[in-house]
Design a protein around this ligand. Structure first.
Ligand SMILES: Nc1ncnc2c1ncn2[C@@H]1O[C@H](COP(=O)(O)OP(=O)(O)OP(=O)(O)O)[C@@H](O)[C@H]1O
Length: 260
């Protein structure tokens, strides 16, 4: 069979993740001093395959809630409206929540292997990859440590290791470096920056409070407003100098300029 060349414009690749008109409301309860809380309002976000998107915004503006919805998880008790294709195209996501969620009754290595076992990864392959990552993440020698024997930063790196181990194409990372000192943070930033996103059909969404980290790592930075979180800026990071982008982000985060 022969085919003639198509005259149609090539279809844009389906996004790796997408939400449109996303509104998330948490109900008030009799025990709470506040009524219903609208965490996110009419949020549109599309993440292309190969893209690294950072989400920044003031505390409580709904960043973690957005990440949860992108992971395909409805926050308990919340009303979610709008369209979310979550992890589209059959790509599966690995979500790293802010709390490390390490199992206190398992040593570090078995903790790291939890997600890989659930994903059905071959035990020997997972074990070898985990040991290599312990080394890369500066955790070598702590494979048999209990979680309570690790520092906050070590626990956080272990949680990231566990998230990345199964090699799921989409990484949803909620403040993965918040507990790290500046040097370790830069080292982990370099590790994340070295992931081959485009070549392996992957995508990353990173929630961070650090504008410089967002500019260093991301292709795009999305700024959410104060609650209810709305997208107030969706900025493609220029590769030829980020001074202007940094200024634009700080202005979007602090329109009144009080913190500048
Ligand atoms: N399970 C819940 N029940 C009720 N309200 C909730 C729940 N989870 C989040 N919220 C509310 O939704 C809003 C957004 O919370 P979220 O954790 O998404 O914000 P955030 O931007 O990630 O905050 P931070 O930067 O401080 O981590 C907050 O006002 C929070 O109180």
């Amino acid at each position: 069979m022969t085919t003639s060349p198509s005259t149609e414009a090539p279809t844009a690749a389906a996004p790796a993740l997408e939400v449109a008109g996303l509104t998330v409301t948490f109900p008030g309860t009799g025990r709470r001093a506040v009524g219903a809380v609208v965490a996110l309002q009419e949020v549109d976000l599309e993440v292309a395959v190969g893209e690294f998107v950072a989400v920044v915004g003031p505390s409580g503006c709904g960043k973690s809630t957005l990440l949860r919805v992108l992971a395909g998880l409805t926050p308990p008790g919340a009303t979610v409206t709008g369209r979310s294709t979550g992890t589209a195209c059959g790509r599966s996501a690995a979500w790293m929540p802010q709390r490390d969620g390490l199992l206190p009754w398992r040593r570090a290595l078995p903790n790291a292997l939890v997600g890989a076992r659930i994903a059905g990864m071959d035990r020997a392959v997972a074990d070898a990859r985990a040991r290599a990552l312990f080394d890369e993440f500066g955790l070598a020698g702590f494979e048999r440590a209990w979680p309570h024997e690790l520092s906050g930063g070590m626990r956080q790196r272990l949680a990231l290791l566990r998230t990345c181990l199964p090699g799921r194409p989409i990484l949803l990372l909620d403040e993965p470096f918040g507990a790290l000192d500046a040097i370790t943070r830069r080292r982990m930033n370099a590790w994340l920056a070295g992931l081959d996103l485009a070549g392996r059909g992957r995508a990353v969404v990173l929630v961070t409070h650090d504008v410089d980290e967002a500019l260093l790592l991301a292709d795009r930075v999305v700024v959410l407003s104060d609650r209810p979180g709305r997208v107030v800026l969706d900025l493609r990071v220029p590769r030829d100098g980020t001074a202007g982008a940094r200024r634009a982000l700080l202005e979007a985060l602090d329109p009144a300029g009080e913190a500048r």
